[in-house]
Design a protein around this ligand. Structure first.
Ligand SMILES: Cc1ncc(COP(=O)(O)O)c(C=O)c1O
Length: 431
C-alpha cells in the first residue's frame, strides 16, 4: 500500500504530553506473558477460559476529581458554573415579572437538573412524553405538565398512573382525546388538569379557533376526573428565529393570539388559570407579554451551538454549558485532524458541533461527521497537524436535546475537575 506522502517520523513522545502514559501502557502489554503469541498458538488449552478471566468491565467514563484530560471520550460534559448561572438567570428574570418557570425536561432528561431548577424556584417541570415523565415522578418531582398530545389506551393508562403520583397536567387538541382520559381518570379516582393547546403560529398541534377551544373546555367539564387547567400556546419555530427583532415580533403575535383566546373564554365566564408556552428563544418577550403566566424553557441550561448563533440582547445571552469532550485520534492527513466524536456522539440536525477549545493554539473547524469520526479542518491544507494527536478537545453541540439523548450521564465539571456524575434517567424514554 502506498502512503500519500512521506512524513518525517518523530519519537512518539513528541506528539503529545498524553503519550508517555500510552507508551508505558503498551510496554506493559508487550512485557506481559499473557500476550506471548508463541505460547498461545502452541497450546489449544490456552484458549480455554481461565478462572481469573471474568467478564471485562467497561471502564468508568470519569471519576470524581479527574482532570479534563482524564475523562474518557467522547463524553458529555456539563460546566457547572455556566449551568448554575443559566438556571439563576432564567429564574431571576421570570420571578421579577411574576411569571412562573416550568422548565422543559425534554432538554436535559435528568432528575438532578430538575431538582436544581425547582430549588431555584421552578413550579415543576414539563415533559414531552408520558414515559419521559416516569423517572421524574418516581424521584418525587411533584408537578409535571405533559406539553404534548397523546392517544390510545396504553398512554391514557400511563397518564392516570402518573396522576396518582404527581399533580399532572396534559394537552389536548381534539375532543376525542378528552373522553377516554376523562373516563379513565374517573375510574381511578384521580384528577388531571387538561389544557387545550392553541396553535399560535407553529402550524403543528393545537386548535386554530376559539370555538374549538370552547368545545374542548366543555368536553373537559363533563368529567369529574378532569379540570380545565388553562391553555398551552407554544410557538416552536419562533424560538429559533435568528434576528432578535423578528423573534420579538413573532413572539408578540403568538402572545396576542393567546390573549384573544383568554378573552374569548372570559367573556363566557370561563377563567383561564394558566397560559403556558415559550422556550429559551422567546422567554424574554413572553415574560413581558402580560399574557403568559408560565414559561417552559428547556435549552437555556445548556445554551447549545444553535442558540449561541442567534442574535441576543446581552443580558439574555446565556452561557454555553454543555460540551462534548473528545480526543484527536488521528492526524494522518495534512490539513485535517480526526477526533473520536461523530454521529453516535452528537446530533447534527441543527448544524455541526463548534470547536470550543484545546490546549493547543488554533481553531480547527468541525467539517464532517461520520458514525465514529469527526473531521476538523486546520487553518492551512499544508499543516500536518501532528501536534494534535492525543489532544483533548471540547466541542459545543449544535442541538442539545437529541445530543443528550445519546448519553447515560453528564460528567459535571467545575474549574477543570470532575465534581460529579449526573445520570440521564429519561434517556431514550420517548413513548
Ligand atoms: C412544548 C415545548 N415547550 C418548550 C420547549 C423548550 O424549548 P427550548 O428548548 O427551545 O427552550 C419545547 C422544545 O421543543 C417544546 O416543544
Amino acid at each position: 500500500m502506498r502512503l500519500h506522502r512521506q512524513r518525517a517520523c518523530k519519537p512518539l513522545q513528541q506528539y503529545t504530553p498524553a503519550l508517555p502514559r500510552l507508551v508505558s501502557l503498551l510496554e506493559g502489554i508487550v512485557m506481559s506473558d499473557s500476550y506471548d503469541l508463541s505460547a498461545a498458538t502452541a497450546s489449544s488449552a490456552s484458549c480455554a477460559p481461565r478462572a481469573a478471566d471474568s467478564a471485562l468491565a467497561v471502564p468508568p467514563v470519569a471519576r470524581i476529581g479527574d482532570t479534563l484530560a482524564q475523562i474518557a471520550t467522547p463524553s458529555l460534559l456539563l460546566d457547572l458554573d455556566a449551568f448554575d448561572a443559566n438556571v439563576a438567570r432564567m429564574a431571576g428574570a421570570a420571578a421579577a415579572r411574576g411569571v412562573a418557570v416550568r422548565p422543559h425536561a425534554k432538554a436535559h432528561k435528568s432528575v438532578t437538573i430538575a431538582r436544581e431548577q425547582i430549588a431555584a424556584g421552578a413550579v415543576g417541570i414539563c415533559c414531552q412524553k408520558l414515559t419521559e415523565a416516569v423517572p421524574f415522578a418516581n424521584a418525587g418531582i411533584g408537578s409535571i405538565h405533559i406539553s404534548n398530545e397523546f392517544v390510545g389506551e396504553a398512554r391514557v393508562a400511563l397518564a392516570v398512573a402518573l396522576a396518582s403520583r404527581v399533580a399532572l397536567s396534559v394537552c389536548v387538541d381534539d375532543v376525542r382525546q378528552v373522553a377516554p382520559l376523562g373516563k379513565a381518570a374517573q375510574r381511578a379516582g384521580v384528577r388531571i388538569a387538561v389544557l387545550p393547546e392553541v396553535d399560535v403560529g407553529q402550524g403543528r398541534c393545537g386548535v386554530d379557533s376559539t370555538d374549538k377551544v370552547a368545545r374542548l373546555v366543555e368536553a373537559i367539564d363533563h368529567y369529574e376526573g378532569l379540570r380545565f387547567g388553562g391553555i398551552q400556546a407554544y410557538h416552536g419555530s419562533a424560538q429559533h428565529i435568528e434576528a432578535w427583532a423578528r423573534r420579538r415580533d413573532t413572539a408578540r403575535l403568538a402572545a396576542d393570539q393567546a390573549a384573544v383566546c383568554v378573552r374569548f373564554l372570559e367573556a363566557r365566564g370561563i377563567v383561564c388559570p394558566v397560559v403556558t408556552g415559550g422556550g429559551t428563544g422567546t422567554a424574554e418577550f413572553d415574560i413581558d407579554s402580560g399574557v403568559y403566566t408560565e414559561i417552559q424553557p428547556g435549552s437555556y441550561v445548556f445554551f447549545d451551538g444553535h442558540y449561541g448563533a442567534l442574535e441576543w440582547r446581552d443580558d439574555w445571552r446565556f452561557r454555553h454549558g454543555l460540551f462534548l469532550a473528545s480526543t484527536v485520534m488521528s492526524t494522518a492527513r495534512a490539513g485535517i485532524i480526526v477526533c473520536d466524536a461523530g454521529l453516535k456522539s452528537v446530533a447534527t440536525d441543527s448544524g455541526l458541533p463548534r470547536f470550543w477549545s484545546s490546549q493547543l493554539a488554533g481553531t480547527p473547524r468541525y467539517r464532517t461527521a461520520s458514525d465514529e469520526h469527526g473531521v476538523l479542518e486546520l487553518g492551512s491544507p499544508d499543516d500536518d497537524g501532528a501536534a494534535w494527536l492525543g489532544e483533548p478537545i471540547l466541542l459545543v453541540p449544535g442541538h442539545c436535546d437529541p445530543t443528550v439523548n445519546l448519553y447515560d450521564r453528564y460528567v459535571a465539571v467545575r474549574h477543570g475537575r470532575v465534581e460529579d456524575l449526573w445520570p440521564i434517567e429519561a434517556r431514550g424514554l420517548s413513548q
